[in-house]
Ligand binder design. Structure first.
Ligand code: PMP
Length: 406
């Protein structure tokens, strides 16, 4: 992307001009959450100032306008991920809630001894809900390993399927390694064995176009806050056939057709899975984040981030003792690393003192850290608004921090 384009994009993010520790901030924690463009913030402010009324409840004008705004986002997301209908797009609190919903509701059909396939690179959000289900039902979790580049062992993946397998659940992109998994092929293989698939798209949706029809997955989950959108909102895409069969996840207002003390019938999709008042303001404003992504263009976003990541990685490798975890070809714009035996927290703190915001620790992937035999990493991750100057500032800060700590 041209320098002027990046500057124009940065202009939409006032937070990027703030300082940390008396220096221009370099925000490289985009994997945890990305920053939010002004148009999303303005939309939230506009709604609180002029539109706020509860959705799907009233005949009055405000309620109808608010409902239209929320449902406009649902249609925007439907088109964006190529779902076949808006009834397949369920608003959640985020990726975590989406996976919990599927594990709890779809998982209610599983029995003791049934097997669910996960991978060692999963975020805790795609591990713990299945463990909770295991505690309730006695299912068995099977785990796919990785190779030295941080790619899934696909031979092992295929070998784990047997007549007891009832589900495969894996991330599209690893939040630590950046590995982009071949989700379409993995889904096709699972389907050939009659096994449905859930994909954790939390780290894919900010960096690539998602086509759920093309992938043919049964469930796909992601969070708005990593996609330049508001916090506290996510999407669960599910195939209509499953969603219709599944019992509700939570009970309450909005998800019912008729309630008596003897018997309750449920609302149609997608409302069956949307009990209570949603974050309708955030949902409405999420459409502006999608508009931003579309305007810049996902291909351009991905190309820019990739180029920046490659450049940074190349320069980082000049630092003696630096090891990168996750070197799969075509990986996403995430760099997890350690330098010698310096503790990641120490590096993170010294980087922060120089204005560079990176994440340190286990990244909610403790089983992966165990597999790699390390306590944690430092992780730098990129978004569309990051620049080569910021990459250089990061490298300089890292070189200085490493010199101090070595
Ligand atoms: N899965 C992956 C791969 C993630 O990176 C994250 C966020 N770090 C999550 C799930 C959880 O997302 P959220 O906290 O938005 O629910």
């Amino acid at each position: 992307m041209e320098k002027e384009d990046i500057e124009r994009i940065r202009g939409e993010f006032p937070i990027l001009s703030r300082e940390v520790a008396g220096r221009p901030m370099v925000y490289l924690d985009n994997t945890a959450t990305s920053q939010t463009p002004g148009r999303v913030v303005s939309e939230i402010e506009r709604i609180y100032t002029h539109e706020k009324a509860n959705v799907h409840r009233g005949v009055h004008t405000l309620s109808q306008e608010m409902t239209d705004l929320q449902e406009h986002t649902r249609e925007t997301i439907r088109g964006y991920i190529n779902a076949s209908g808006v009834d397949e797009v369920i608003f959640t609190r985020g990726t975590t809630e989406g996976i919990n919903l599927v594990a709890s509701s779809f998982g209610s059909r599983f029995k003791s001894g049934d097997e669910v396939i996960l991978t060692v690179m999963e975020h805790h959000a795609n591990i713990v809900p299945w463990q909770l289900l295991r505690d309730r039902t006695g299912i068995v979790l099977r785990v796919v390993d990785i190779n030295e580049r941080g790619e899934l062992d696909l031979e092992q993946y295929r070998s784990l399927f047997n007549e007891r397998t009832v589900m495969a659940s894996f991330c599209h992109v690893s939040n630590v390694l950046g590995t982009v998994n071949p989700v379409k092929e993995m889904t096709a293989y699972a389907h050939a064995q009659g096994v449905p698939v859930l994909i954790d798209g939390a780290q894919a949706s900010p960096h690539m176009l998602i086509d759920v029809a093309d992938i043919d997955c049964d469930f796909y989950v992601f969070s708005a806050h990593k996609m330049y959108g508001p916090t506290g909102i996510g999407v669960l895409y599910g195939k209509r056939r499953w969603l219709e069969e599944m019992p509700p996840y939570q009970g309450g207002g909005e998800m019912i057709a008729k309630v008596t003390f003897e018997h309750t019938t449920y609302a149609e999709l997608p409302f069956k899975f949307e009990a209570g008042t949603p974050d309708f303001v955030g949902i409405a404003a999420f459409a502006k984040a999608i508009e931003f992504i579309r305007e810049v263009g996902m291909e351009r976003i991905a190309a820019h981030e990739h180029e920046l990541m490659e450049y940074t990685q190349k320069r980082m490798l000049e630092i003696p003792g630096l090891r990168i975890f996750g070197t799969a070809p075509g990986k996403s714009a995430v760099i997890s690393f350690l330098v010698g035996d310096i503790h990641p927290y120490d590096l993170g703190m010294l980087l922060d003192k120089q204005g560079v915001e990176v994440r340190t620790g286990h990244h909610c992937a403790m089983p992966l850290m165990d597999r790699l035999g390390i306590p944690g990493t430092v992780r730098a991750s990129f978004a569309v608004y990051n620049t080569r100057e910021e990459a250089d500032a990061f490298i300089n800060a890292l070189t200085r921090a490493t010199a101090i700590l070595s």
